[in-house]
Design a protein around this ligand. Structure first.
Ligand code: PMP
Length: 411
């Protein structure tokens, strides 16, 4: 079989060899629990402190504002549920959600969260849970057909009871970049009591994550999207942000996240983050290659479309729609040729429901089924892209013939 080609870097990235080397000693040699007082423990604690500093430098925050978690799913759950928990903790006893009852001198008002329709499921489902449990009201903003949040819409959605705004930095399916810094500025200037969170999981490799520039109080990241290991991530929590832990147990992570630390993972996250700035020149090459890919596909495959804005887009993302072709069929056929791609997000591929992200752009369900996401990374070569385009053209031709759709011609 020919060399396999990986074009699914938004689903996960390989671990960089330097990251792996940094992690290695923390499995079999330096395996102490960083909460232990003995030498083994202190060795791990030192490594963890170093990683915390590396992450803090990247975000331009204090190390004490970095909370290690098991990944962005956990970070995002902690945001939504932890902010709500903190809000309710201010009402001493028997609050009753959905009602306006007077408790001591505070009037209970159900809290309100603003998010968007095209967030990752871990944000959306956490919000839905809060809504179903009648603990919060949620506004799910629509986005422009280009896949970009309109700042005006955010402003209009703010109510007196809004406590949290959660918006992703870069969309995982269509790669569109959101005006987080602009929204951050608006909030800090006019609504300073609001808590602003961004899920920067897909943005960290390519965009400024200085939390002061972004104006965020909370920011989530995951190591496995930045050439680090799976199962480790972090949440930036600005000092004095009202948020409570949701996982009980030990008092690790400034009492915000209980559970024995994943030391090798934390070391890997720190190393991966510290390497992001070195990789920035490489990103220009990724962008060039991505533009080449988009141009060739749109020029050479009839009835093909790019989902999401071309300009406001992560340098590594191409997401296409092909009339009369099912995305699932495409992904399976590409896989048989040794090419890894995806239709929508990895977490939802396998499910036959149309992508909620594509639907949020106003596409019809049948259009949302016909999408293909190709995401590049630092190991992608022009040869990989050329091979993938060649195979893609053949496959689409074949699938269109089988489906007998209206798009018979193919150039
Ligand atoms: N948010 C976004 C935008 C993502 O792309 C992902 C991963 N698909 C997650 C959250 C979840 O991250 P993790 O795999 O670290 O739980």
């Amino acid at each position: 079989m020919n060399k396999r080609i990986y074009l699914d870097y938004a689903a996960t990235t390989p671990v960089d060899s330097k990251v792996f080397q940094a992690m290695k000693p923390y499995f079999m040699e330096k395996y102490g629990n960083p909460m232990s007082v003995h030498g083994f423990g202190q060795e791990s604690l030192e490594a963890m402190d170093k990683a915390r500093t590396q992450v803090a430098e990247f975000l331009n925050c204090s190390p004490s504002e970095v909370i290690f978690t098991s990944g962005a799913t956990e970070s995002n759950n902690l945001v939504v549920k932890g902010v709500i928990r903190s809000y309710y903790s201010k009402f001493p006893t028997n609050y009753k959600s959905g009602t306006n009852i007077q408790i001591t001198n505070k009037k209970f008002v159900i809290p309100h969260i603003i998010t968007t329709r095209f967030e990752h499921h871990c944000v959306l489902d956490a919000c839905k849970r809060m809504e179903n449990d009648k603990l919060a009201e949620i506004t799910y903003l629509t986005v422009s057909k280009d896949g970009v949040i309109r700042v005006e819409d955010v402003k209009k959605a703010i109510r007196p009871n809004t406590i949290l705004i959660s918006m992703m930095y870069v969309n995982n399916e269509i790669g569109t970049v959101q005006p987080i810094a602009e929204i951050g500025k608006l909030i800090k200037k006019y609504y300073p009591r609001l808590i602003f969170h961004t899920d920067a999981t897909q943005g960290a490799n390519y965009f400024d994550c200085d939390v002061n520039n972004l104006g965020v109080d909370l920011l989530s990241m995951s190591a496995h999207k930045i050439y680090g290991p799976k199962g480790i991530g972090m949440l930036y929590v600005k000092t004095n942000t009202p948020i409570r832990r949701v996982q009980d147990g030990g008092d690790q992570e400034y009492k915000m996240r209980s559970g024995t630390h994943n030391v090798p993972g934390i070391v890997g996250l720190g190393k991966a983050v510290s390497m992001i700035s070195e990789q920035r020149p490489k990103n220009k090459e990724i962008l060039k290659l991505r533009d080449y890919l988009i141009k060739r596909v749109l020029d050479e495959v009839s009835h093909s479309h790019l989902n999401g804005s071309k300009a406001k887009r992560s340098p590594n993302n191409a997401n296409f729609r092909f009339d009369d072709v099912e995305g699932e069929g495409l992904v399976l056929s590409l896989d048989m040729e040794g090419i890894a791609a995806s239709t929508g997000s990895a977490c939802s591929s396998g499910a036959l429901e149309p992508s909620h992200v594509l639907l949020s752009l106003g596409l019809k369900p049948e259009q949302a089924h016909g999408s293909l996401r190709l995401t590049l990374g630092k190991y992608t070569t022009k040869k990989d892209v050329d091979t993938a385009i060649g195979k893609l053209k053949e496959i689409i031709k074949r699938l269109r013939k089988i489906s007998g759709g209206v798009m018979k011609e193919f150039n």
